[in-house]
Every structure is written in structure tokens, then in C-alpha cells.
Design a protein around this ligand. Structure first.
Ligand SMILES: Nc1ncnc2c1ncn2[C@@H]1O[C@H](COP(=O)(O)OP(=O)(O)OP(=O)(O)O)[C@@H](O)[C@H]1O
Ligand SMILES: [Mg+2]
Length: 158
């Protein structure tokens, strides 16, 4: 049985000019539904590099990545963006919120790319903010929220 995340012999190198810097040298992983996995290793060992691939933010140099039955390893950026929108929830260390949008608008943003209308987007965003007890902060911008509040709504997602 293969996992919902299935990596086979994944390699990733960065190129500095012509010089190759191999970082991932043949990673094989299966992660199954409802599994919690922590990725640990020393600084510079390639955790962020691997997370960027798992999150479809970057493509591997070689190997195959089957996500939920779909081969995403060689996909062009536009298709990867769609996969990210549909399949991936990502909590970034630095939140990556848009500073000029309110909490409600930030939460609703991914739904625009899913083609959901404005009324439903707003309703669903407020519902999620309510769930994490941030409904009274819905009109605040990210810099008017605490670090934990910035993270809270992302963790719940839509
Ligand atoms: N864009 C890049 N171009 C070239 N080299 C890079 C790039 N990003 C990372 N590296 C190099 O790849 C290696 C792995 O980096 P990565 O960021 O994946 O490590 P990490 O395990 O997340 O480390 P940390 O625990 O410090 O966050 C490091 O040697 C780093 O210098
Ligand atoms: Mg890192």
C-alpha cells in the first residue's frame, strides 16, 4: 500500500553557477492518511528543501512524487498552484499573510482561487474566525494581531 504522500528516490540539487549542490539524495517516504509526521535533522540537512517539495512549492530534480494518486513531480508551476490550492494546507513560520488585507480577507483568499463567490467566501471566513475565537478581530490587519492570532486561523484553514 502506498501513502497519500509517496516519494520515490527524490533528488534535489541547487545550482550555483555550474556547481551542483546535491541536497536530497534519494528520499523514499510514504505518509498515510491521518498520520502525524515530524521531520527532524541538523541545520542545513534539507528539511525546508523537502518541505518545499512536499508542499508543491518546488519540484524535485529527479524522482517521483505521487500525491493523492497524482504524479506531481514534473508538473508545470500553474498545475502545481492548483494542486496546492486543492490538496495542501501549509502553516509557514512567518505566516505569509498579505499585510494590506484584513484577517477575514486573508482567510478568504484561497477560496477566490477555488472559484467560490464573494458572499460564500465571506461567510466561510467569518465562520472559521469564529471557530478560533477571532471573529472580533476579523477587520484587523495582520500587524494589528498577535503572533499566535496570526497563526491560529491558518491552523484551522477552510
Ligand atoms: N535556494 C538555494 N540555493 C542554493 N542552496 C540552497 C538554497 N536553499 C538551500 N540551500 C542549501 O541547501 C542545504 C539545505 O538547506 P535547507 O534550507 O533545506 O536546510 P534545513 O534542513 O531546512 O536547515 P534549517 O534547520 O537551518 O532550517 C543547505 O546547505 C543550504 O545552504
Ligand atoms: Mg529550514
Amino acid at each position: 500500500m502506498t501513502g497519500i504522500i509517496h516519494l520515490e528516490n527524490i533528488r534535489k540539487s541547487y545550482y550555483l553557477g555550474k556547481q551542483e549542490l546535491p541536497v536530497l539524495k534519494g528520499i523514499n517516504i510514504d505518509i498515510f492518511k491521518n498520520e502525524y509526521v515530524a521531520l527532524m535533522g541538523p541545520s542545513g540537512s534539507g528539511k525546508s528543501t523537502l518541505m518545499n517539495i512536499l508542499g508543491c512549492l518546488d519540484s524535485p530534480t529527479a524522482g517521483s512524487y505521487i500525491l493523492n494518486g497524482k504524479d506531481v513531480s514534473g508538473m508545470p508551476d500553474n498545475d502545481l498552484a492548483e494542486v496546492r490550492n486543492k490538496e495542501i494546507g501549509f502553516v509557514f513560520q512567518q505566516f505569509n499573510l498579505l499585510p494590506r488585507l484584513t484577517a477575514a480577507e486573508n482567510v478568504a483568499l484561497p477560496l477566490i482561487y477555488s472559484g467560490i463567490g464573494k458572499k460564500e467566501r465571506t461567510e466561510r471566513a467569518l465562520e472559521v474566525l469564529n471557530r478560533v475565537k477571532l471573529d472580533d478581530r476579523s477587520q484587523h490587519k495582520p500587524n494589528e494581531l498577535s503572533g499566535g492570532q496570526c497563526q491560529g486561523w491558518l491552523l484551522h484553514g477552510l
